[in-house]
Write a protein that binds this ligand. Structure first.
Ligand SMILES: [Zn+2]
Ligand SMILES: [Zn+2]
Length: 246
């Protein structure tokens, strides 16, 4: 199986999310929606960020812990909503980023324009995790039909209510994409990974701001290295971690 997926869908997710953030705030300001709708934003921001940091990153890319079949499947199917690439695509690019970070073989570009259009360097990918992930039928299905599934999700959600789509999905999509973009640009500014643990409190990314520490200890499930560090991703892992059900 090929790791490739259309990359434009990542930027579409990013821009759609930003548009939903603007629309949601405007809708509240002009009284088009009850203020309670905004409560969905932080809830889904946390859930989406957990699925990104714990699911796509620590579980699928680094195999940092084992979990039950339920959580394995939940994280696989939830990745459709994140518009960040399938577990297969994300893990392939991410492992290549770890091996070749800050060189011309790194797929990640730490440039400000990434905050508008999420462009990646077209480099040879390291396919270490590819065979294992591709042999999982759920992951293979999501990899192949993820965009179609997303369109179906969007149509159904919009048919129920535009407020549900904007407040219960789009705004979190925007904040997670925005923080993810800032993380990619800031964490590798000046061509080296950096630790910025205080940013975790301003731009919550479920532990991802301890990024140099993460590069130094690639496979670890715990991102923290000081008592005051906040890693909600690790707390979540402690809840779902298990021996795999064979
Ligand atoms: Zn990095
Ligand atoms: Zn990593």
């Amino acid at each position: 199986m090929n790791y490739r997926q259309p990359l434009w869908m990542i930027s579409i997710g990013h821009l759609l999310g930003l548009a939903c953030m603007a629309l949601g705030i405007t809708a509240l300001a002009l009284g088009w929606a009850a203020w309670q709708w905004i409560l969905l934003w932080p809830v889904f921001h946390v859930l989406d960020s957990l699925m990104l940091s714990v699911g796509l990153h620590r579980y699928f890319s680094h195999a940092a812990f084992k979990t039950s079949r339920f959580w394995h499947r939940f994280m696989t199917w939830y990745s459709v909503l994140l518009l960040n690439g399938s577990p297969l695509g994300w893990a392939t690019a991410h492992i290549t980023h770890h091996v070749h970070s800050d060189t011309d073989r790194d797929p990640h570009l730490a440039v400000p324009s990434y905050l508008i259009w999420k462009r990646y360097r077209n480099v040879p990918m390291i396919k270490k995790r590819l065979r294992k992930l591709a042999s999982d039928p759920d992951i293979a299905f999501v990899h192949r039909y993820g965009q179609l599934l997303w369109v179906a999700f969007a149509i159904i959600t919009l048919a129920i209510s535009w407020k549900l789509f904007v407040f219960g999905y789009g705004m979190a999509l925007g904040s997670v994409h925005l923080i993810g973009g800032l993380h990619q640009v800031i964490s590798h500014k000046n061509n080296a990974p950096r630790d910025l643990p205080w940013l975790e409190f301003l731009l919550p990314a479920m532990g991802e701001w301890m990024h140099k520490n993460h590069h130094d200890h690639g496979g670890r499930k715990d991102m923290r290295f000081a008592w005051w560090h906040l890693d909600l991703g690790y707390l979540f892992i402690r809840l779902i971690e298990k021996k795999p059900v064979k």
